[in-house]
Design a protein around this ligand. Structure first.
Ligand SMILES: [Zn+2]
Length: 415
C-alpha cells in the first residue's frame, strides 16, 4: 500500500461528519488537487468518547460509498503503542506508531556504539552541508542523538513487527510519530532518527516530528514563523536525503500533527512543498467537531441551546477538561465569557466567537480552545447531542466542508 503525495488526516470526535469532510477532498479534486483522505482517531479519543475503532472504519466506508469516492482512503490507528494496537488491528490500514514516551530512555550501550560507528562517516558530510551550510554534524551530536532516540525507534520497530505479523507486510501504511514530547526535533536529529528507522527495517511512509513553536489545539501557530519556515525547508531536504542514503520508501513525507488552524505557517509550508516537490500528510481531525457547534449555534433554537449548554458545562469543569491537554492549550481563564454573557448571545454571536476568523473582532481564542477540549460533554449528552447533529445536518455539513476546504486545503496546497 502506497500513500499518495498529499493526504489529509480527517475523522471526527462523534463520527458523524465523514461525508462532509470527504466533500472537501472532492472539492479539491475538482480543483485538480488529489488528496487521500485518512480517517484517524486515537486511543485517547476513543476512551473519552467511548467509541471503538470499528466505528471509524464504518464511518469512512459509509462516506466513501455515499459520495462514490473511488480513490484510495485509509483508517489510521492514531498514536498507538504495543499496549493498545491490537484494538485497531482489524479496522485500520494505517498505523501511527507513537514512541514519544520512549524518547530519552537509555538504549543498549552496544546499540549506541554500533550506531555511532555506522554513521560517523556523516561527520562533515558535504551531502548534509548541501542542505544548509550552517548545518554541521559532529561525532558528539551523533552519540547524543543515539542516546536520546535509539530506544524509541527500537520500540517503533517492535510495534511495526507486531502489526506486520498480524496483517502482513505491505498491507498497511506506517507512520512514526514523536510529536507528543516537550522538545522539538531539529532537522539533524530527524536525519539520524530516519537512519535508525531504516536500520529497524520500518518502511515508514510518513514521519511526524515535533516542530519548533507551539501547536496549540484548534488555534493558530505560536512561535517564530521565520524559524519554522527555515526548519520546515530543512526537514524536507533531510527527508529527500534520508530516502536516498538509507533506502527508506521513496514516498516518505512529513506528517504535521495538530495541523488544523495553523494559518500563519501555511504559506511557508505551501512554498516549501512546491520548492521540493514534496508530499505532505496533515492531521486536522480535532477541529471538525467545533464546526458542529458552530452549525448548531447558527441553526438557532434547540441547536443554539445545546451549544450554550456545552459551553456552560465546560466552564464549570475547566480543570478536568483542560488537564489532559495542559501542554497544548493556552487559555486565559479570566478572559472567558461568563455563562450570563453567553446566555444573551444570538446564534450568530456564538458562531462568531467560535469560528476561527482572525479578521473577525468577535473571534475569541480562549473560548475556542476551551470548547476544543470539551468534547467529553457532548459525549455524555449521548443521544441528545447526536440527534441534534442529525436534525441540523445540512448547516453543520456546510461549515465542516468549508472549514477544511477553504481554510485548510486551499492555503496549504493550492493558493
Ligand atoms: Zn500527534
Amino acid at each position: 500500500m502506497i500513500l499518495e503525495k498529499y493526504s489529509f488526516g480527517i475523522g471526527d470526535r462523534f463520527g458523524r461528519q465523514g461525508k462532509a469532510q470527504l466533500q472537501a477532498i472532492i472539492n479539491a479534486k475538482n480543483n485538480h488537487i488529489d488528496i487521500t483522505p485518512v480517517w484517524n482517531k486515537s486511543h485517547r479519543e476513543h476512551t473519552i468518547i467511548k467509541t471503538s475503532p470499528a466505528e471509524v472504519r464504518a464511518e469512512a466506508d459509509a462516506a466513501v460509498k455515499a459520495l462514490g469516492w473511488s480513490e484510495p482512503y485509509f483508517v489510521d490507528a492514531d498514536h498507538i503503542g504495543l499496549a493498545n494496537v491490537d484494538l485497531f488491528m482489524d479496522s485500520s490500514d494505517f498505523f501511527t506508531l507513537d514512541v514519544a514516551d520512549f524518547i530519552g530512555r537509555p538504549a543498549d550501550e552496544s546499540d549506541v556504539a554500533a550506531f555511532i560507528d555506522k554513521y560517523k562517516k556523516y561527520v562533515g558530510s558535504p551531502a548534509v552541508e548541501e542542505i544548509d551550510e550552517s548545518i554541521e554534524i559532529t561525532a558528539e551530536q551523533i552519540e547524543s542523538i543515539a542516546r536520546k532516540y535509539l530506544r524509541g525507534v527500537k520500540e517503533a520497530g517492535r510495534i511495526y513487527r507486531h502489526i506486520e505479523s498480524a496483517k502482513g507486510a505491505g498491507n498497511f501504511i506506517t507512520e512514526v510519530s514523536m510529536d507528543e514530547t516537550d522538545q522539538p526535533q531539529t532537522p539533524v536529529e530527524m536525519l539520524f532518527i530516519l537512519a535508525a528507522v531504516a536500520d529497524e527495517n520500518i518502511p515508514a511512509q510518513t514521519i511526524a516530528p515535533k516542530f519548533t513553536g507551539r501547536f496549540n489545539k484548534g488555534v493558530d501557530y505560536v512561535g517564530d514563523v521565520g524559524q519554522f519556515a527555515k526548519e520546515f525547508d530543512q526537514d524536507l531536504a533531510v527527508i529527500a536525503l534520508a530516502v536516498k542514503e538509507f533506502g527508506l520508501p521513496k514516498n516518505l513525507k512529513l506528517s504535521v500533527h495538530s495541523g488544523s488552524d495553523k494559518f500563519s505557517i501555511y504559506e511557508s509550508m505551501n512554498k516549501a512543498l512546491k520548492k521540493f516537490d514534496a508530499g505532505l500528510h496533515i492531521k486536522t481531525a480535532g477541529t471538525t467537531w467545533l464546526e458542529e457547534l458552530i452549525g448548531l449555534a447558527c441553526a438557532g433554537g434547540d441547536g443554539l441551546e445545546i451549544a450554550k449548554k456545552v459551553y456552560v458545562q465546560a466552564l464549570s469543569r475547566f480543570d478536568e477538561l483542560c488537564g489532559p491537554y495542559a501542554t497544548v492549550i493556552d487559555i486565559d481563564r479570566d478572559k472567558l465569557p461568563s455563562p450570563q454573557t453567553v446566555d444573551t448571545w444570538s446564534g450568530e454571536q456564538f458562531a462568531d466567537a467560535l469560528r476561527h476568523e482572525k479578521s473577525c473582532d468577535s473571534y475569541d481564542a480562549d473560548f475556542r480552545q476551551l470548547l476544543h477540549v470539551a468534547y467529553k460533554i457532548p459525549a455524555e449528552m449521548g443521544a441528545d447531542y447526536l440527534n441534534a447533529l442529525e436534525k441540523h445536518e445540512q448547516i453543520i455539513a456546510r461549515n465542516v466542508t468549508e472549514n477544511i476546504y477553504e481554510r485548510h486545503i486551499k492555503p496549504i496546497l493550492i493558493k
